[in-house]
Design a protein around this ligand. Structure first.
Ligand SMILES: [Zn+2]
Length: 258
């Protein structure tokens, strides 16, 4: 097994449709630390740790959603029926870059606890990440400022954290339940909302654009914008992902004349 970080979720794959592969068992056997998004997004990781009888790994697992003010908190644990439903809260927290800072601080704390001798290097890298993220935040805020309060639609409920940080107005979410395609009645409702609120853009996840987007976009004259919300390029950094996402969104707003 290689040193360093082994990524369990394949790049470009819809994380909410992921089920572990046989090779992932070997990874779980040999890993020292398990980093997860939490909030019901990757409950499969708990099952996998249990399957390889790694109680120690469950203990050494860092739920990166801890310490983040989650949205749409349900106040109880929710079992994902098909691996897609949102769990105890909306799990797409990393689309607010300020939350990413909290998560990276949690990673640094876990690495430091595992290897205190590396404190100087960890602290230098954390500072470098935060500096790069702060510069990014200024850049992304400036790029999206002209489109504050512009109404948009979202296919999946992936963007409430992004919307809150950059003041986007999500007029409605097409999916009423995560992973369940909208029926004709919902499509008609969405077309009505799009017309009455003058919505031009439909935000979709690049990894999972939804099944009825063409019908929807025809009915409501919407332009779909595929956002790389989970990182779509191997080895891509978080800041590069956000740069790509914000550039695509700002470009789409500009093209529809928002
Ligand atoms: Zn989701």
């Amino acid at each position: 097994m290689p040193d360093g970080v082994v990524q369990l979720l394949p790049t470009g794959f819809d994380p909410e449709r992921f089920t572990p592969r046989p090779g992932d068992l070997a990874v779980m056997q040999s890993g020292d630390l398990l980093l997860r998004a939490g909030a019901g997004f990757d409950d499969w990781a708990t099952l996998l740790a249990r399957r390889v009888q790694r109680a120690d790994l469950a203990t050494a697992s860092v739920d990166l959603s801890r310490g983040i003010a989650l949205l749409e908190v349900k106040g109880r644990a929710v079992e994902a029926s098909d691996g897609h439903a949102h769990g105890s809260a909306n799990p797409h927290w990393w689309l607010d870059p300020v939350n990413a800072k909290t998560a990276v601080a949690s990673i640094a704390a876990a690495l430091l606890a595992a290897d205190p001798a590396r404190e100087a290097v960890l602290s230098a890298r954390l500072d470098a990440f935060n500096a790069s993220l702060n510069a990014g935040l200024a850049r992304w805020s400036a790029a999206l400022a002209p489109y504050a309060n512009q109404p948009v639609l979202a296919y999946h409920n992936s963007f409430p954290y992004l919307a809150r940080r950059f003041r986007l107005d999500i007029a409605a979410t097409v999916e009423l339940r995560e992973g369940v395609s909208p029926g004709p009645a919902r499509l008609a409702e969405i077309a009505d909302i799009a017309r009455s609120k003058h919505v031009r853009l439909l935000l979709v996840e690049q990894a999972d654009p939804g099944q009825l987007t063409p019908a929807l976009t025809r009915a409501a004259a919407l332009t779909p914008v595929a956002l790389p919300s989970n990182g779509e390029a191997p080895g891509e950094t978080y800041v590069a992902m956000m740069d790509a996402l914000v550039a695509r969104l700002a470009d789409a707003f500009a093209k529809v004349g928002a």
